[in-house]
Every structure is written in structure tokens, then in C-alpha cells.
Design a protein around this ligand. Structure first.
Ligand code: GDP
Length: 425
């Protein structure tokens, strides 16, 4: 059986914690898209870890952790993260990187930086970790699969082809030094042998695990709003963030995905550019940002302050729809305990008309929030483990969001730690 843990919003919904929760009862945990450009925060018995490239099952010895073919694999980052785990006393995890997974190359990072520099004030707010150039190259067929690192003549030939194209851009568009295919060859073959023990046929491994009745958990990076098709294009990421892409990103069959848990936070946060209808500014935003997450709303990978706002029911309902969510986990409800009143964005006003449907980007950029105001609970609920013991206003808030989203909220998280969780049904 396959369960997918996905984001209903812009990312940073707290997927790491919920994945960690479900990982315990899973046999296989899979990363199927994205790269080291975002991170999950996990607080477990070994301490606090920000995982960027590794699957969230690495803290459990019984789990096989898969990096699927849909991932952008940053090899130095992968090795660095493994090392970090080792230093933190975590036993060596069992990991398989699919042999067809493509490698994020040093020139992808350079190209990402140069492009954001060229765009100046019109930049996308990229994390500059090479993700957009990586996926562009993959679909333009200039990408390099990890299996190709072990065929040296082939690798050299492919690098020469790629550099011929890149150098036109680097020299004439960006006015930067040209790439030397030999130097790139030396760099990637330099670390190749360190990942060799992890490379294998992950797709077949997952198929066999499913045939044996094992539990497979797919963990997504970012959220529905960042999907390149259904998100706030072009302010999206470059790989599909939807549960359905799990089928492509590791090779499971659509009918195997039985459960899709969409994660949403009790308020909104986003990084990067793009429309954010329920965004807060000034002191109100600063207070929420400061109180949010486990140590404020700052990016797990970049440390950038996140944009924050009220819960956006229009975006979340749509996010759950495109994810195909079967249930919802609501995180960080504890954060809102300081507020007298809590607003929820229940509609968008666009050109004088109110809609509850999430619009296409040109209309989204003109949308103004329509709010419903609910009473706050004015107390600290952090760490509560019994849903029934939550104050009535907090339960009322959850009931209201569930009605707005139209998908059952089964889990309500009351803090960043593993045990700070309540089950609603
Ligand atoms: P992800 O990318 O969706 O995995 O999001 P992250 O885990 O990086 O970011 C969410 C942040 O919220 C992290 O700092 C988590 O530790 C924190 N977090 C998760 N669940 C809760 C919760 O229920 N309450 C609070 N206060 N923080 C939470």
C-alpha cells in the first residue's frame, strides 16, 4: 500500500514532522521529486535535523530510504547530509538511489545564479540551487543519469555536448567564464565512488516491496501551489509536487496509491515571489513570523524569512483538490494561541466579483482577500495530545477549516516535536 504525504500550499506546511510520524509504521520511504532546494525539519530522539536531500525515514533502522528517479540529486549535498547524521550519532541508514536518477551538476547551480542575477528585480526568488536548469536539461535531454557517471567515455562525450550549449549562454548572455568539460568530469568522478554503494534499481525494489504487502510512504517536497502545472506558474518550482507524480518519480502504479495526506498549516507561509492573497505585513506579520514553526518562520534550507499570512481556504481547498487528498493533517495550531481573533480567507475578490475558486495566475495577481473572523482561544495548547481537551474555540477553528476545505482533518499537530500531536478521528 502506498501513502503519499504532500503539501496543500506553498511548502513548509510541516510535512517533515508528519512524514516522520507515518514513517515509523512504514517499510519504505521515498523522495520522488525536487532536490536540495527545500528542507524538512525533523525533531527526533537524535536531535533536530534539517533534511534537504535524504528521505525522512533515515532515523529508523527498519526503513529502506529511496531517492527516486524523479529527484534532482545533488551528490555533494547528499554526502554532506549523511555525514551530518553520522556526526549526530544516527546509525547508518539504508538508502537506495535509483540508477536512473539524474545528477544535479555544478553548472546547474551556476546557471541558476547567473539567471537570477540577469533577471534582477524580476527574479523568481529562486534558492539558486540549480533546480530550474536541472529540470530544463532533463526534459531537453541534456541531463546526466547517475548510471552514466560509471561509463567514463560516455560521460566525457555527454559533458562536451552539454558544455558546448551552456557555453553559448555563459559567454554571450551572462558574460561569465566558460565551462571546461574536463574539469567537470574530474569533479564528478571525484565523488562518484562515494555514492556507488547506494545506487541500485529502486523502482524494482519498491515494486517488490509492494508485492510483498509492505507499506510505502511517498514524501513530497514543497506544495500544490508550487506545482509547475497547477500552481502559481511561473512562480513555481520545476518538478511536480503532486501525489500523482509519485507514479513517475519512483515508478509506482497509480492504483497503488491508496491514501493521500495533504498537510496544511493553521496559518499560511510562503517563500519566493508570486501572489500570496492572504499575506500579512508589518507588525502583525512580524509577530506571526516570530512565533511560527519551531523557531520562527525562516527557511530550513536558506534561512530566509518566510512570508506569512492568514489561512487561505481558497488556496487550500484547491491544493487538496489537485493533490487528490483523502485526508488532511493540520499543523502548527499551537502557534495561534496568542490571538484574540483569527481571520480565514474564505473568498477572493477579483474585479469586483467574489469567488471561492482558485483562479489562474493573471487573475490571482488581482485577487483581494475576503475574510471570515473567528474567535481565538487565548491560551497555550502546545504539546496537547488529546484532541478533546483542546479549547472549544480551537476545535471550532478546526471544524470551520474542515468545512471550508471539504476534506476530513484527521490529525491536528500541536507542536514541532514528534509526540505533540492529536488524532481527531
Ligand atoms: P516541510 O517542508 O513541509 O517539511 O516544512 P518544515 O518541516 O521545514 O517547516 C515547518 C516548520 O514548522 C518546522 O520548523 C517544524 O519544526 C515546525 N512544525 C511542524 N509542525 C508544527 C506544529 O504543529 N507546531 C509548531 N509550532 N511547529 C511545527
Amino acid at each position: 500500500m502506498v501513502k503519499a504525504i504532500v503539501g496543500a500550499n506553498w511548502g513548509d506546511e510541516g510535512k517533515g514532522k508528519i512524514t516522520d510520524l507515518f514513517a515509523e509504521g512504514s517499510d519504505v520511504v521515498v523522495r520522488f521529486q525536487g532536490g536540495a532546494n527545500a528542507g524538512h525539519t525533523i525533531i527526533c530522539d537524535y536531535g533536530k535535523f534539517a533534511l534537504h536531500q535524504l528521505p525522512s525515514g533515515v532515523f529508523y533502522p527498519h526503513i529502506t530510504n529511496i531517492i527516486g528517479n524523479g529527484v534532482a540529486l545533488n551528490v555533494p549535498k547528499f554526502l554532506e547530509e549523511l555525514n551530518h547524521l553520522r556526526e549526530g550519532g544516527v546509525p547508518a541508514p539504508h538508502i537506495i538511489i535509483d540508477q536512473r536518477t539524474q545528477v544535479l551538476m555544478p553548472y546547474h547551480v551556476l546557471q541558476d545564479q547567473y539567471e537570477e542575477e540577469r533577471l534582477g528585480g524580476h527574479a523568481f526568488g529562486s534558492t539558486k540551487s540549480g533546480i530550474a536548469p536541472f529540470y530544463s536539461d532533463k526534459y531537453a535531454k541534456y541531463g546526466i543519469q547517475i548510471c552514466e557517471l560509471f561509463d567514463e567515455p560516455r560521460l566525457m562525450e555527454r559533458l562536451e555536448q552539454v558544455c558546448a550549449i551552456k557555453n553559448v549562454l555563459f559567454e554571450h548572455l551572462y558574460h561569465k567564464p566558460k565551462l571546461d568539460p574536463k574539469a567537470i568530469f574530474e569533479e564528478v568522478t571525484g565523488y562518484r565512488d562515494q555514492i556507488a554503494p547506494y545506487v541500485g534499481d529502486a523502482m524494482s525494489f519498491v515494486k517488490e516491496a509492494l508485492a510483498e504487502g509492505k507499506q510505502v510512504l511517498l514524501e513530497a517536497q514543497l506544495g500544490a501551489m508550487k506545482d509547475p502545472d497547477f500552481g502559481i506558474y511561473p512562480f513555481t518550482t520545476s518538478s511536480h509536487t503532486l501525489a500523482g507524480f509519485g507514479c513517475m518519480g519512483v515508478g509506482v502504479a497509480p492504483q497503488d496509491i491508496k491514501s493521500i495526506v495533504a498537510i496544511t498549516k493553521a496559518y499560511s507561509s510562503a517563500v519566493g515571489a508570486g501572489a500570496f492573497v492572504s499575506e500579512l505585513f508589518g507588525d502583525e506579520a512580524e509577530e506571526l513570523r516570530h512565533r511560527g514553526g519551531d523557531a520562527g518562520e525562516y527557511g530550513a534550507t536558506t534561512g530566509r524569512p518566510r512570508r506569512v499570512g492568514w489561512f487561505d481556504a481558497v488556496a487550500t481547498r484547491y491544493g487538496c483538490k489537485v493533490q487528490g487528498a483523502t485526508e488532511v493533517a493540520l499543523t502548527a495550531v499551537d502557534v495561534l494561541g496568542y490571538l484574540d481573533e483569527i481571520k480565514v480567507c474564505t473568498g477572493y475578490e477579483i474585479d469586483g466579483k467574489i469567488t471561492r475558486d482558485f483562479p489562474v495566475t493573471p487573475l490571482l495577481e488581482r485577487a483581494k482577500p475576503v475574510y471570515t473572523t473567528l474567535p481565538g482561544w487565548k491560551c497555550d495548547i502546545r504539546g496537547e495530545t488529546d484532541y478533546n481537551r483542546l479549547p472549544s474555540q480551537a476545535k471550532g477553528y478546526v471544524d470551520f477549516l474542515e468545512k471550508e476545505i471539504g476534506v476530513p482533518i484527521t490529525i491536528v499537530s500541536t507542536g514541532p516535536k514528534r509526540h505533540e500531536i492529536t488524532h481527531r478521528r
